[in-house]
Design a protein around this ligand. Structure first.
Ligand SMILES: C[S@@+](CC[C@H](N)C(=O)[O-])C[C@H]1O[C@@H](n2cnc3c(N)ncnc32)[C@H](O)[C@@H]1O
Length: 386
C-alpha cells in the first residue's frame, strides 16, 4: 500500500465526505484552543527585536472541510487580539498528503475573506503544501508555529514485515486482542521511528522560540489494549470484514494483507520520545476523552447510550467512513463499501450496549530548544538557535 497516494479523507462536500463528517475533530480543535492560544503568546514573547515582518504558521494534516478554515481563522483571531506588532503579515501553509482534496480547500478560502470578525486583522496569505510530514517540508528555521490535529496517529507506512507478509496479523486490521505480541512491537517500532523523525524534521524547520501544538488519538495507559475505544472501532471493522469473507464477498487473502498505517501511542511513549530527542521543551501535556459519536457532546463518562442504533450509525457513517473509505476502496474495491458499513453498524450498536464509546486524545505543546552543533572547536558558529 502506497500511503502517500492512498491515505486521504473523502474529498468534496458530499454525504460521505470528510467536510460533511468532521464534527468529531472539530470538537478537539475547540477543546485545544487555549493550548494553541498560549503557544501563540509564547511565539510572540520569543520574537527577536525588531519583530520580523512575517510570521509563518503551518497546519500539518489539514485535510479539507470546515476544520481547515477553523484552524486558520482561529489563529488569525488569536493573533488579532494579542496586540501583534504593527506591519506584521501572516503566511499560512496548509499541508496534507498529495491525495488530499486541495481544490476543495482553495475553493473554500473565499469564506474566510467573507467572514466579518470586526477586529483589525493582520494581512494573511494562504498556500497549499502537498507532501508527507515525515519528510522535510520547509527551509531551515523558517516556521514560527506548527499545528497538527488528528493526523499524527497515522504512520508513514504499515510496518514492512506486515506488508511483506513475513508476519501476519490474522483477522485484525490494527492491534486487536488476537494480535501476536511480536506484531504489536512492529506497530510500536514504526511509531517510534516516525515520531522521532517528525520531531527532528520540525525542529530543523522551526525558528528560535518556535512552538508546535500537536493533538492526536492515543492511550492513557502504557498497556497495549487500554486504548479506550480507539482500538475497538478498528476491531469491529475487522469483524465486519470477516463477515464479508464468510459471505464470500471479500477474499480472505485480501483481509490478511490489510493493516492500517496507524498507531495510537500512550502519553508515556510520546513524552519519552520527546525527552530522548532532546530537541524540545514540553510546555503542556494533556489528555482528554472524546466520544466516537460526533453528536454526543455530553461531558460525563460511562453513561448508557440512549439510542444505540442511531449512535452506531453516526459513528460508522460519519466518524469512520469519511476517514477510512479511501483505504478500503484502494485495497478491496469500492463495491464492498456500502455492504461493509451495513454490517459494521449493528456490530457497533451491540458494543454501545455496554456504554458510550470513548477514546483518549493527547495534546502536547512544545518549544524548540537551543541546539549545540558539531562544528570545529573555536568556530564562532558553534552554538546556533535552530
Ligand atoms: C482525520 S484528518 C484531520 C484533518 C484536520 N486536521 C482536522 O482536525 O479535522 C487527518 C489528516 O492527516 C493527513 N495525513 C496523514 N498522514 C499524513 C502525512 N504523513 N503527511 C501529511 N498529512 C497526513 C490525512 O491525509 C488527513 O487529511
Amino acid at each position: 500500500m502506497e500511503i502517500e497516494r492512498t491515505l486521504h479523507m473523502v474529498g468534496g462536500d458530499g454525504k460521505d465526505s470528510y467536510a460533511t463528517n468532521s464534527r468529531l475533530s472539530m470538537k478537539a480543535i475547540m477543546e485545544t484552543k487555549p493550548v494553541l492560544c498560549k503557544a501563540i503568546e509564547g511565539v510572540f514573547a520569543s520574537l527577536s527585536s525588531p519583530a520580523p515582518a512575517k510570521i509563518v504558521i503551518a497546519d500539518l494534516g489539514c485535510s479539507s472541510g470546515p476544520n481547515t478554515l477553523l484552524v486558520v481563522s482561529g489563529v488569525i483571531g488569536m493573533i488579532s487580539t494579542s496586540g501583534y506588532p504593527k506591519m506584521m503579515e501572516l503566511q499560512f501553509f496548509l499541508n496534507d498528503l498529495p491525495g488530499n482534496d486541495f481544490n476543495y480547500v482553495f475553493r473554500s478560502l473565499q469564506q474566510l475573506a467573507d467572514r466579518k470578525e470586526g477586529l483589525l486583522e493582520p494581512p494573511y496569505y494562504i498556500a497549499g503544501l502537498p507532501g508527507s510530514f515525515y519528510t522535510r517540508l520547509f527551509p531551515c528555521q523558517s516556521v514560527h508555529l506548527f499545528h497538527s490535529s488528528y493526523a499524527l496517529m497515522w504512520r508513514s507506512k504499515v510496518p514492512e514485515e506486515l506488508s511483506s507478509g513475513v508476519h501476519l496479523n490474522k483477522g485484525n486490521i490494527y492491534i486487536g486482542k488476537s494480535t501476536p505480541s511480536h506484531v504489536v512491537k512492529l506497530f510500536q517500532k514504526k511509531f517510534k521511528e516516525d515520531f522521532s523523525l517528525f520531531l527532528t524534521l520540525r525542529q530543523e524547520e522551526l525558528v528560535s522560540g518556535g512552538r508546535m501544538v500537536l493533538t492526536f488519538l492515543g492511550r492513557k495507559s502504557s498497556q497495549m489494549l487500554a486504548h479506550g475505544d480507539v482500538g475497538t472501532m478498528w476491531e469491529l471493522l475487522a469483524q465486519a470484514l470477516q463477515i464479508l469473507v464468510q459471505k464470500g464477498h471479500v477474499n480472505e487473502e485480501d483481509l490478511t494483507t490489510f493493516n492500517l498505517p496507524y498507531y495510537a501511542p500512550s502519553v508515556d511513549e510520546v513524552t519519552e520520545l520527546i525527552e530522548e530527542s532532546g530537541l524540545f521543551d514540553v510546555e503542556h501535556t494533556g489528555v482528554f476523552e472524546s466520544s466516537w459519536d460526533p453528536h454526543d457532546d455530553s461531558k460525563s463518562n460511562g453513561d448508557a447510550v440512549a439510542d444505540c442504533a442511531r449512535s452506531a450509525d453516526s459513528i460508522a457513517n460519519c466518524s469512520i467512513r469519511a476517514v477510512i473509505k479511501p483505504l478500503i476502496t484502494d485495497h478491496f474495491g469500492e463495491s464492498i463499501v456500502d455492504e461493509l458499513f451495513q454490517v459494521y453498524v449493528p456490530l457497533v450498536a451491540k458494543h454501545l450496549e455496554k456504554g458510550r464509546a470513548m477514546y483518549p486524545v493527547i495534546v502536547v505543546s512544545l518549544k524548540g530548544r537551543l541546539q549545540k552543533l558539531d562544528t570545529p572547536a573555536g568556530s564562532p558558529y558553534s552554538v546556533l538557535f535552530l
